[in-house]
Ligand binder design. Structure first.
Ligand code: ZN
Length: 144
């Protein structure tokens, strides 16, 4: 495809016929390292010492439980026996977005991207994007 064949948006920058900006937006989530994004999300919801203790009774966690906790999986406390995950009592609890989708969406919201752009980037609906724009601009990340 030559530059003149780009009828959808004649001003879009092309490299060998590929719309670079649109392609980057659509591919961004897949280009990120999911493990690093998961670590990032964990540190956002459980920063510092908070990430090493039971969120319910503050008992320090053993190494095995800590690994499960940092993986954002459900674990239980050896002291109070309650079950929890790192996102419990946060706006991210039970959300159907991957850590890399949350990173991309949060960054795009920060730079003022519109719902359509965010929806394209994370592969979700514009309504989903609007809900998260409101949540991330108005809510506290952690409620407990
Ligand atoms: Zn506990």
């Amino acid at each position: 495809m030559s530059k003149t064949e780009n009828v959808k948006n004649p001003d879009a920058p092309l490299v060998d016929g590929v719309e670079v900006l649109a392609q980057a937006l659509m591919d961004l989530v897949d280009l990120l390292d999911e493990d690093r994004c998961r670590d990032w999300l964990f540190d956002v919801v459980r920063p510092g010492e908070m990430g090493k203790v039971c969120p319910l009774c503050s008992e320090p966690m053993g190494e095995r439980r800590l690994k499960t906790y940092r993986a954002l999986k459900k674990t239980s406390c050896q002291s109070c026996h309650n079950q929890y995950s790192a996102t419990k009592n946060t706006i991210f609890h039970g959300c159907h977005l991957t850590p890399s989708e949350l990173v991309v969406m949060s960054a795009l919201i920060k730079v003022g991207a519109n719902p359509a752009t965010i929806a394209t980037a994370i592969g979700k609906s514009e309504d989903t994007a609007r809900v998260w724009i409101a949540k991330l601009n108005n809510d506290k990340v952690r409620h407990g």
